[in-house]
Design a protein around this ligand. Structure first.
Ligand code: NAD
Length: 506
């Protein structure tokens, strides 16, 4: 059986994409140096458009305008007024959802059916945080006998720097921008250089929503230059970062000199464990979707699948059938399930891991990539069968459509090996034994575990990882109380309490 070949060919289409500028102080502008870089299509490796290359000077201008906007307007604006803007952004994202999905698919190679869902979720991020800030962002009051009332208020930080990756650009950008703005901060966003298109769509939306100038700014450019300048800028109070673990560690070091608050959402190598009593059909759907959706470029993907030895053979046979039938195609085709990887360097990295898997003793089983797509960065859906957890391919994040399959026999054994990895982002447990489900979920070292569930997202829950997968949490009140605001306590005496009288003559 071969993969279904999709009919359309993106390279024959006009990309119809404008060049990308920076967005500073409410205007689309060139970079100070006027330098640009080419943005390449994952589908054909042709140039889609040119992107303004920001650097330290551009970051300085953007931070200055964000600081002025914070001081002069945004931090003191009435919450109800601020939320009108936030809700307007959500409405405008909905209006632009088709175009956002199209640009995202062109830019990242993610199938359009998946980018459409991401655009809808991005609008929800703004609505959710508008509601959350209005209804829950309040402090506490503590009465101390009849002497004091102490109360807390939550203040925005000031200018925050947001640094985002390319794997789900628009959704992840809004996941940070929405709480940052809703809580009263102003923003400088540095989007991933490999996926700049939809960030500027967000800037257009924000401009149309009439946000005061300087509240939201974008500086495109590379991590080591523009990103680094943002991290080191003394007027940036905090950095919220999503990306690779090694980059996160560099950013924490570089943010230390200016004592910045940082939030880190990093890499993963998440286990999916299938016990013999599980609903195997549903576990199969979840395991296949969890690694092959998003082209395998998903931080919470189940890249290690542990199968109980009694069901392994049957499950692997079903996995092979699915892998052969996955629709590998043009991201713009709505039937496509798996598209090309973001760039050639990443494609080479993923291919190299598959080669290493063979050398390490895995039985590599793959679907096919139709010949029509040879110009793109396509890696076929891949199973690394008979893997063992100590292999390099089970220890390192591959970030592609590659699932390692590992056999286990006992609960104790699978918990031990599932935890024998440096990452701790997500985990999935499939069993119909309710006690075991909870037991294993509690024992697997990860920030988020799903029992008998695919990777669904509730915006209220703390999102993030432990170990090398992150520090801090995003989502719900974790974002607004623990990251984007700071508690301030005010002590009020309501009677004449004792004050020691140093130096007073007795
Ligand atoms: P990356 O770390 O290469 O880049 C992320 C961003 O950091 C980009 O904007 C880049 O320009 C910038 N950057 C790079 N070096 C920098 C530096 N020295 N200073 C400041 N900024 C710098 O990550 P990526 O390849 O774009 O994304 C893929 C990674 O993201 C994977 O590891 C994936 O697991 C992770 N991820 C994690 C989550 C999560 O929530 N935990 C979500 C999505 C992706």
């Amino acid at each position: 059986m071969t993969n279904h070949v999709t009919e359309t060919n993106q390279s024959k289409q006009n990309f119809a994409v404008e060049d990308v500028s920076l967005f500073i102080n409410g205007e689309f502008v060139d970079s100070v140096s006027k330098k640009t870089f080419a943005n390449l299509s994952p589908f054909s490796n042709e140039t889609i458009n040119l992107v303004a290359e920001g650097d330290k000077e551009d970051i300085n201008v953007a931070v200055e305008s964000a600081k002025t906007a914070f001081e002069t307007i945004w931090k003191t604006m009435k919450i109800s007024e601020r939320m009108v803007y936030i809700n307007r952004i959500a409405d405008l994202i909905d209006e632009e959802a088709e175009e956002i999905a199209r640009l995202e698919a062109i830019d990242t190679g993610l199938p359009i059916s998946q980018t459409k869902k991401q655009a809808a979720r991005a609008a929800m991020n703004f609505r959710f945080y508008a509601k959350m800030v209005e209804s829950t962002l309040h402090g506490e009051a503590y009465q101390v006998d009849d002497e004091f009332i102490n109360y807390t208020i939550y203040k925005p930080l000031g200018v925050v720097g947001l640094i985002t990756p390319w794997n789900a650009p628009f959704m992840l950008e809004t996941w940070k921008v929405a709480p940052a703005l809703a809580t009263g901060n102003t923003v400088v966003l540095k989007p991933a250089e490999l996926s700049p298109l939809t960030a500027n769509k967000l800037a257009e939306v924000i401009q149309k929503a009439g946000l005061p100038k300087g509240v939201f700014n974008i500086v495109h450019g590379f991590g080591e230059t523009a990103g680094d300048a943002l991290v080191r800028h003394p007027d940036v109070e905090a950095i919220s970062f999503t990306g690779e673990t090694t980059t996160g560690s560099t950013i924490i070091k570089n943010a230390a000199d200016t004592l910045k608050k940082t939030s880190m959402e990093l890499g993963g190598k998440s286990p999916l464990i299938v016990f013999e009593d599980a609903d195997l059909d549903r576990a199969l759907d979840a395991a296949v979707w969890g690694i092959f959706s998003f082209n395998g470029e998903r931080c919470t993907s189940n890249s290690r699948v542990f199968l109980h030895k009694n069901i392994k053979e049957k499950f692997v046979a079903a996995l092979k059938e699915r892998v052969k039938n996955i629709v590998v195609g043009d991201p713009m085709d709505k039937a496509t399930e798996l598209g090309p990887l973001i760039e050639t360097a990443h494609y080479n990295k993923v291919k190299k891991y598959i080669e290493i898997a063979g050398e390490e003793g895995c039985d590599v089983f793959q679907g096919d990539v139709p010949a029509a797509f040879s110009a793109g960065n396509y890696v076929p859906p891949t199973l690394l069968l008979n893997a063992t957890n100590d292999m390099k391919v089970c220890q390192e994040e591959i970030f592609g459509p590659v699932m390692a399959v590992i056999e286990f026999e006992t609960e104790e054994e699978v918990i031990k090996v599932a935890n024998d990895v440096k990452y701790g982002l997500a985990g999935f447990v499939w069993t119909n034994d309710i006690k075991r489900g909870h037991r294993v979920a509690q024992a697997v070292e990860a920030g988020m575990i799903w029992i008998n569930s695919q990777n669904t997202r509730d915006l209220r829950i703390p999102f993030g990882g432990t170990k090398a997968s992150g520090i801090g949490r995003e989502g719900g009140h974790y974002a607004i109380f623990e990251f984007y605001t700071e508690p301030k306590v005010i002590h009020v005496a309501i009677s004449d309490h004792h004050i020691p009288q140093f130096g007073k003559k007795k």
